[in-house]
Design a protein around this ligand. Structure first.
Ligand code: MN
Length: 134
């Protein structure tokens, strides 16, 4: 089980992601803008952040830059999530320092693959074990 911070300003999208992640055994922390996400990351110490690029108060790129300035959060995996994917956006996000990139609507196998890649499969295999044991 892993602690996943969802930073997303759309409540419906947050809820969908929460249900999906909780069904796989993860603990979900929610933030509704970039500033909230920074505070939550410092306070809650998630294992990974799913960071919406388009958010009020502080957008995803600025939030990432602030996370990377914090020595204790510098190496935390941060996956960009965006609804407005254009050609070249993935490269832009990766060169800005995001560890992964997902487009909305979320393609579930891609999300799971990103989590496995960054969490070494730990969260996923434990979640499977829990499901099997229940
Ligand atoms: Mn948004």
């Amino acid at each position: 089980m892993s602690r996943v911070l969802i930073a997303e300003d759309n409540a419906v999208n947050r809820e969908l992601l929460r249900e999906l992640l909780e069904s796989r055994g993860h603990i979900v922390i929610e933030a509704c803008n970039g500033r909230d996400a920074l505070e939550s990351a410092r306070r809650e110490r998630p294992d990974i952040i799913l960071l919406d690029l388009g958010m009020p108060v502080m957008d995803g790129f600025t939030t990432l830059a602030n996370l990377r300035k914090d020595a204790s959060l510098k190496s935390l995996p941060v996956v960009a999530v965006t609804a407005y994917a254009m050609q070249g956006d993935r490269e832009k996000a990766l060169s800005a320092g995001f560890d992964g990139y997902l487009t909305k609507p979320i393609h579930v196998p891609s999300l799971i693959a990103e989590l496995e890649r960054h969490l070494n499969g730990q969260g996923v295999s434990k979640a499977r074990g829990q499901t099997a044991g229940q």
